[in-house]
Design a binder for this molecule. Structure first.
Ligand code: C2E
Ligand code: MG
Ligand code: MG
Ligand code: MG
Length: 285
């Protein structure tokens, strides 16, 4: 998908481009019963510290498998769920499942890492978000430090005043906040310094064409420096090649997520990775 550049139009998802209306209806109808039928699961993608090859976190990503429809991508069903309101209960399930997973790893005496959960715009607009998150953490027997939240620019900017407040409350609780997909939304530099976030995730589209002497490469370098100046940690998303790792290391990027280390994996596979880490750092070869 297109990389927007620093100032641009927000990207809009139009499901009608992918699915005909009938198919979309089938998917949406199935989506209404998906939780009840236990069709959701989470996979986890490691976040790897570039310096050391150590796993410092993992992102929980939702998977949906339906008997008739097969596997359906979150890029298809999350926007639907945002529109029809289902995202609120699906989102609760994701939060609870991620926190429960941390608890399981702890019981298995695995040295756990914080799990990042993606939050959609309607969840952020919900007045009871903070008390809900607190409740889920307490019930699962995990702690706020076990959980991080990823928000997109687009969802943040929709209601920046009240969401900034809510995010601040989450941070006070001890839940870290990351700005996801940076560079694909409005990316207005004028609000960036006002956001109460801890981490900036540079979108894959920037990483795809990274090289030290391309325009886009220089842009990434400046984004990293700027983010560090503001006190944010920087994650590069969608890193696929050792060359990209090398460039990102040169630029001083902190953390990397991408197929170069691992695709999202089942919980047991991540557990094995946590036991066997660090990754051999291909950027050093
Ligand atoms: P995202 O949060 O930006 O997640 C990153 C996406 O990039 C994931 O796709 C991940 O599998 C994929 N990815 C990671 N590394 C690479 C790589 O090296 N190369 C390539 N080509 N792709 C890579 P996925 O799992 O299909 O999720 C797509 C989007 O759906 C997510 O983007 C997020 O916006 C949304 N999503 C997924 N799970 C949830 C959820 O539980 N709640 C909400 N609200 N949204 C979710
Ligand atoms: Mg994310
Ligand atoms: Mg992202
Ligand atoms: Mg993305």
């Amino acid at each position: 998908q297109a990389c927007a550049g620093v100032v641009s139009e927000p990207r809009r998802y139009d499901p009608l481009l992918d699915e005909d209306v009938a198919n979309r209806d089938r998917i949406e109808n199935a989506l209404f019963g998906a939780l009840e039928r236990n069709e959701f699961s989470l996979v986890y993608q490691p976040k790897v510290q570039l310096e050391t090859g150590t796993i410092v976190g993992a992102e929980a990503l939702l998977r949906w498998k339906n008997n008739e429809l097969g596997n359906i991508s979150p890029a298809t069903f999350i926007p639907m769920a945002e529109e029809n309101g289902l995202i609120n209960i699906i989102g609760d399930w994701v939060l609870a499942a991620a926190c429960a997973q941390v608890r399981v790893w702890r019981l298995q005496e695995v040295a756990t890492v914080p799990i990042s959960v993606n939050l959609a715009a309607p969840q952020l607009r919900n007045d009871s978000l903070v008390s809900k998150v607190t409740g889920i953490i307490n019930e699962s027997g995990s702690s706020p430090q076990d959980l991080k939240i990823e928000l997109t620019e687009t969802s943040l900017i929709q209601d920046i005043e009240s969401s900034a407040e809510r995010i601040e409350e989450l941070r006070t609780l001890g839940v870290g906040i990351a700005l996801d997909d940076f560079g694909t939304g409005y990316s207005s530099l004028s609000y960036l310094h006002r956001l109460p976030i801890d981490v900036l995730k540079i979108d894959k589209c920037f990483i795809d064409e990274i090289s030290p002497d391309s325009g886009r490469g220089r842009l990434v370098k400046h984004i990293i420096n700027m983010a560090h100046d503001m006190g944010y940690e920087v994650i590069a998303e969608g890193v696929e090649s050792p060359y990209q790792l090398e460039v990102l290391r040169e630029f001083g990027c902190d953390i990397v997520q991408g197929y170069v280390y691992s695709a999202p994996v089942a919980p047991n596979t991540l557990r094995e990775m946590l036991v066997e880490q660090p990754f051999e750092n291909q950027a050093f070869v």
